[in-house]
Design a protein around this ligand. Structure first.
Ligand SMILES: Nc1ncnc2c1ncn2[C@@H]1O[C@H](COP(=O)(O)OP(=O)(O)OP(=O)(O)O)[C@@H](O)[C@H]1O
Ligand SMILES: [Mg+2]
Length: 280
């Protein structure tokens, strides 16, 4: 039943809108001395331009491994053993890793926001220096003064006091401020795709709400394409056009968010929905 839904949905979408990214038949193994784990098992999926896709699934189902594969950000014991990643129909990555254009995908075309905001900001550099480095590396603006102006503007847009945060180190900021600074860094080069891996789960409820507002702003005002990894079905229902559910390394359910909420197929999805009191 659920596999039929996956096929119908993919073919319907590809006729309507431009496909930004396609992951094709991807398998990833995590190796340890004891065993090899199939962390991702022949997964295929696509994300359309302007779409916000929620990637959900129980802990250990392979969500992080899957999205890290897009930028080849794996640890040394984790390896892509099969499959391809296409960005705008161009092959960027396969298991041979001999394709040279991956570097341009990182930062320039795809921005990533991680779970722990502090871990993604170098503690030895101010937020301003980090933003300046990213903008300079990607040749966005030539003069340092222009880069500073644009950085402060970007931080203001994230709901921060841009001038203050520009001069600050991460230890001088709260968790929510750090996460919004990390989002500013991820979007500084105007990437076409933002991947956020549980970027709100380390934050308290109020701060979470602020970060979600920031993401909604990106969606509504800039039509940013996003892959949003989360355990929070309420948040996913609020933000995502489509949901992809993973279990044991496999994609087990795909569909428009409202369809999945109305008629979930998989036990995990059902239990997530049942756990929200007002939906019971
Ligand atoms: N570096 C690694 N070394 C060994 N095993 C790994 C490594 N990275 C991932 N795995 C294994 O791969 C599987 C998928 O892990 P992954 O982190 O992708 O899950 P996840 O869905 O992101 O979980 P969570 O919701 O807890 O973040 C798990 O069994 C995990 O133990
Ligand atoms: Mg994870």
């Amino acid at each position: 039943m659920h596999s039929a839904r996956i096929l119908i949905y993919e073919s319907a979408c590809s006729d309507m809108a431009e496909e930004l990214i396609r992951i094709s038949n991807l398998s990833v193994e995590a190796r340890s001395q004891k065993e090899n784990i199939k962390a991702v098992n022949s997964v295929s999926l696509n994300v359309l331009k302007g779409e916000v896709v929620g990637l959900i699934g129980e802990s250990g189902s392979g969500k992080t491994t899957l999205i890290r594969s897009i930028l080849d950000l794996h640890e040394r014991n984790v390896e892509i053993v099969q499959g391809e990643v296409f960005f705008k129909n161009e092959l960027y990555l396969d298991q041979s890793k001999n394709i040279n254009n991956l570097a341009s995908l990182r930062g320039k075309h795809v921005g990533m926001v991680f779970q722990s905001p502090k871990a993604s900001l170098n503690p030895l550099m101010t937020i301003g220096a980090l933003l300046d480095e990213v903008l300079r590396m990607h040749g966005v603006l030539n003069s340092k003064a222009d880069r500073k102006l644009i950085s402060i503007e970007l931080l203001n847009e994230m709901g921060l006091d841009g001038s203050r945060v520009y001069r600050s180190y991460q230890h001088q900021l709260s968790g929510g401020m750090c996460q919004r600074a990390a989002i500013a860094l991820a979007i500084a080069t105007k990437p076409e795709l933002i991947i956020a891996d549980e970027c709100t789960s380390a934050l308290d409820v109020t701060t979470q709400a602020e970060v979600v507002l920031t993401l909604k702003k990106l969606k509504n005002e800039h039509a940013t394409t996003m892959i949003f990894v989360t355990h929070d079905i309420l948040l996913a229902s609020d933000l995502c056009d489509r949901l992809i559910v993973m279990q044991s390394g496999n994609v087990v359910e795909v569909g428009e968010t409202k369809e999945i909420l109305k008629n979930p197929q998989m036990p995990y999805t059902k239990s997530l929905i049942a756990s929200v009191p007002r939906w019971k």
